[in-house]
Write a protein that binds this ligand. Structure first.
Ligand SMILES: [Fe+2]
Length: 350
């Protein structure tokens, strides 16, 4: 009796002594951690969560009283995943935040390795200038700031403007490959008019001599006013996916690939009365409601949403969208799918 009780104890002690010994040589036993490293299914700390625009707007406008854009450098509230508090990210690979720019403010020109997108929520009159093109920002516009592209923002208008920022910062920092710098001038020299890159590259022709391949789209802004009629066309002809609705993928017009190597985005119209079938994929996905209202059941929990709400679905958690009979809804979504596809690890299921 005594022997069998003491034997496991002494085995444990022997092992621990061995682990202590090898740790001095910066080695550790894989067998103690293997089951947490090679999991049979994706494991995540990320939780499903929603940020309702009513709260976001109120708190964001309060930030305007607490700190100026100049003092803050960026007046952004991070949308922190409740499962990863303090890590400044919404999924393991992506950062999301809400940015406010008040009339008369500017955010000075700078660039960074992290790629960014803006999805415009509310307000008119602000602009983002990227690589010499100044693009005006309206509700539902999808604006790209690719890796190392100089950019600045300004609001010469009369109302506060708010947008959703999504950056691949956590991915870049995972690789420890971050660089950033500011320029001497506050604003870029703008030599391309509003809409230039869309008209130049996204109309079925390309400037002669345009490169045959490119990791990132040359289009700076995919305006909602040009995207919505395409969704209506899909709806009209019944091209409605049972899980995703009438959906388009924002594409790089040079090669049909994703807009950025690290982030890919979609825009989907869910017709009124839509009851989506369940879906899941390994890319944790951020949704932003452009129009309408509905409910998404994520990992068994219902999340009701309305215009400008942002919600997140963690990797490999099952979700399904539904919309009431009161009207169509439009959902923007963005994830790290292109990065996972490039690495050959992306999977989807139901
Ligand atoms: Fe930036």
């Amino acid at each position: 009796m005594v022997a069998s009780a003491s034997q496991p104890r002494s085995k444990h002690n022997v092992r621990q002594a061995y682990y202590d010994k090898i740790s001095k040589f910066h080695m550790a036993p894989l067998w103690e951690v293997l089951k947490d490293l090679v999991t049979p299914e994706p494991k995540t700390e990320c939780q499903p969560a929603i940020w309702r625009f009513n709260d976001v707007k109120r708190l964001m406008l309060e930030a305007g009283d607490v700190i100026s854009a100049e003092e803050a450098e960026r007046r952004v509230l991070v949308l922190e995943n409740p499962g990863e508090t303090g890590k400044a990210r919404i999924t393991n690979s992506l950062f999301a935040g809400i940015q406010l720019i008040l009339p008369g403010e500017i955010a000075e020109v700078h660039r960074h390795v992290a790629s960014a997108i803006r999805f415009v929520l509310e307000g008119e009159g602000a602009y983002t200038a990227v690589e010499g093109e100044k693009t005006m920002m309206s509700h539902g516009d999808f604006i790209i700031t690719a890796n190392w592209a100089p950019h600045d923002h300004g609001n010469p208008g009369k109302e506060p403007v708010m947008w959703l920022d999504v950056l691949d910062m956590p991915t870049v920092n995972h690789f420890q490959a971050s660089f950033a710098n500011h320029f001497d001038e506050k604003m870029q020299n703008v030599n391309h008019e509003n809409g230039d890159s869309f008209e130049r590259y996204a109309m079925g022709v390309l400037p002669d001599g345009a490169p045959a391949t490119s990791l990132r789209t040359p289009v700076i802004n995919y305006p909602y006013s040009k995207m919505k009629p395409i969704l209506e066309r899909l709806k009209k002809t019944g091209d409605v996916d049972k899980r995703h609705g009438a959906r388009v993928r924002y594409a790089n017009p040079v090669n049909g690939g994703p807009v950025l190597p690290t982030m890919g985005a979609n825009l989907a119209l869910l017709p009124k009365g839509f009851k989506g079938e369940p879906y899941r994929s390994t890319d944790g996905t951020i949704f932003c409601v452009v129009e309408g209202s509905g409910t998404s059941v994520i990992d068994g929990k219902p999340f009701e949403w309305g215009v400008n709400d942002v919600f997140v679905v963690p990797p490999w958690k099952r979700y399904q969208h539904s919309v009431t009979d009161s009207g169509d809804a439009v959902l923007f979504s963005i994830s790290d799918r292109p990065a996972q596809e490039a690495l050959g690890i992306w999977r989807e299921g139901n």
